[in-house]
Design a protein around this ligand. Structure first.
Ligand code: GLN
Length: 455
């Protein structure tokens, strides 16, 4: 079996033609995992019942699932010590839908603890390596999912994206990553990080596969009041005009190789017949600061449930207060603690207006920028990341440097619009991505441009 050439689309075809079964396909992936994952560490756990799942679903697609998405009866740790042995007691809606479609779950993938990070170095279980260069990070927080797809250790994977965690690792690993419109895929059963920003999405080899998985997972869910039905937005058809925010081309910190690669991508889009227009994204410079206030504020509230009482790890203590303190001190990592403290601070009496209130105003301004730009253009294009994958250890002690890597990905989460990262070739031998952003509900526009671009 030539695993490399197989996509979800072609596998479904092969199942129908009887060329191979999902059991044969899944066992090939188990072989690759056995050979490669000691070095890459994309998986935190490979399930023991993969072949049994495949026997029951002869046309099922093998998938790897990020460790913060609940599968009933299986461990879900969010790569944290605090949930080391936590077993989910229900299926996430996205998982339920994937199960209904017959999917086969190969295992759960490594990530930054509770999805906080951009390198997968914040995992309590050790980092994942980039399959293109084992000394480099795969990106994060869905680094395990992206690395598993890139290494051929799964056909496709599921991740979550709060500020870039699907798109950035997809760019670093040379695969396709989609963050859907906010509310497109139910968050029920996704461990909450920043609830107003989080979305589940697919990581795949091709754009067509991304669409297949989105179609399975999307839809209104009574268990998540922010979900939208699939016919909420009118079909916008095919894109004609692509906007490029000129200011990003002069941005500090944008790698010159990435810039050159991006300009080549724009030329390619031109040659495909798209009209390219300069757009002014006036408040792009506010996006990172806005994200790094709203996100930790929501993180600090969402993390309150991990108290050592309700579930997961429990430390000893003489009083209830001490149990709380010791549990959280011992079992949460430094990045998670940093964000809880930052979030608690920006929400505290006296500072609320100055930080959280202001960030919400800035969020509105950024949304307005998008609305204005999308009156003129169908899609906005940017590089997915300002640099290719960096070295393991390079940024881990400098959180601000780490946060700067999210500059192009966070605006889509702030505004709730869909965005996709598509492989755009290599810079210094490392993969980079082209990011395309569309208006709310216009995933099909992204798929349309994306499919032409990837050819
Ligand atoms: N890198 C970003 C952060 O650290 C994005 C994380 C995410 O999307 N989950 O917050």
């Amino acid at each position: 079996m030539n695993l490399e050439g197989i996509t979800i689309k072609s596998a479904l075809d092969s199942f129908d033609k009887g060329e191979f079964s999902s059991e044969e396909l899944a066992s090939e992936y188990l072989k690759v995992i056995g050979e490669k994952d000691k070095n890459i560490h994309a998986y935190l756990e490979v399930y023991g019942d993969v072949l049994d799942q495949a026997k029951n679903n002869p046309k099922g697609i093998p998938l790897a699932i990020k460790d913060n998405i609940l599968i009933n009866g299986r461990v879900a740790s969010a790569a944290s010590k605090i949930l080391e042995n936590y077993k989910a007691v229900y299926d996430a809606t996205a998982i339920e839908k994937l199960k209904d479609a017959g999917s086969i779950f190969l295992g759960r993938t490594n990530m930054d603890e509770f999805a906080m990070g951009g390198s997968t170095e914040n995992s309590a279980y050790g980092p994942t390596k980039n399959p293109h260069d084992l000394e480099r990070v795969p990106g994060g927080s869905s680094g395990g999912s992206a690395a598993a797809v890139a290494a051929g250790e799964t056909l496709a994977a599921i991740g979550s994206d709060t500020g870039g965690s699907i798109r950035q690792p997809s760019a670093f690993c040379g695969v396709v990553g989609l963050k859907p419109t906010y509310g497109r895929v139910s968050r029920y059963g996704l461990m909450a990080m920043g609830s107003s920003l989080d979305q589940i999405g697919p990581i795949t080899k091709t754009v067509a596969d991304s669409k297949i998985l989105l179609d399975i997972m999307a839809g209104l869910d009574p268990r998540d009041g922010t979900t939208i039905s699939n016919d909420t937005y009118e079909n916008r058809g095919k894109a004609k005009v692509i906007g490029v925010p000129e200011s990003i081309l002069q941005m500090d910190g944008l790698d010159s190789g990435v810039l050159k690669n991006f300009q080549e991508s724009i030329e390619k889009l031109k040659s495909l017949g798209y009209e390219i227009r300069d757009v002014s994204f006036e408040h792009l410079s506010l996006a990172l600061a806005t994200y790094y206030i709203i996100m930790p504020a929501e993180v600090s509230s969402n993390m309150a449930r991990y108290d050592g009482i309700k579930y997961g790890y429990r430390a000893k203590g003489d009083t209830l207060e001490e149990v709380y303190q010791n549990t959280r001190s011992e079992a949460l990592g430094v990045e998670v603690k940093r964000r809880i403290m930052l979030g608690t601070y920006v929400l505290s009496t006296g500072y609320f207006d100055e930080y959280y209130g202001k960030a919400n105003t800035a969020r509105e301004v950024i949304k307005k920028d998008f609305e204005r730009i999308f009156k003129d253009v169908d899609v906005i294009a940017t590089p997915t990341t300002p640099t290719p994958a960096f070295k393991i250890g390079e940024k881990i002690n400098d959180p601000v440097q780490m946060y700067l890597a999210d500059i192009f990905t966070v605006p889509a989460n702030i505004a709730g619009v869909p965005a996709i990262s598509i492989p755009a070739g290599k810079v210094d031998g490392l993969p980079v991505g082209l990011q395309l952003i569309a208006p709310h509900g216009a995933e099909e526009v992204l798929f349309g441009v994306g499919e032409e671009f990837e050819k």
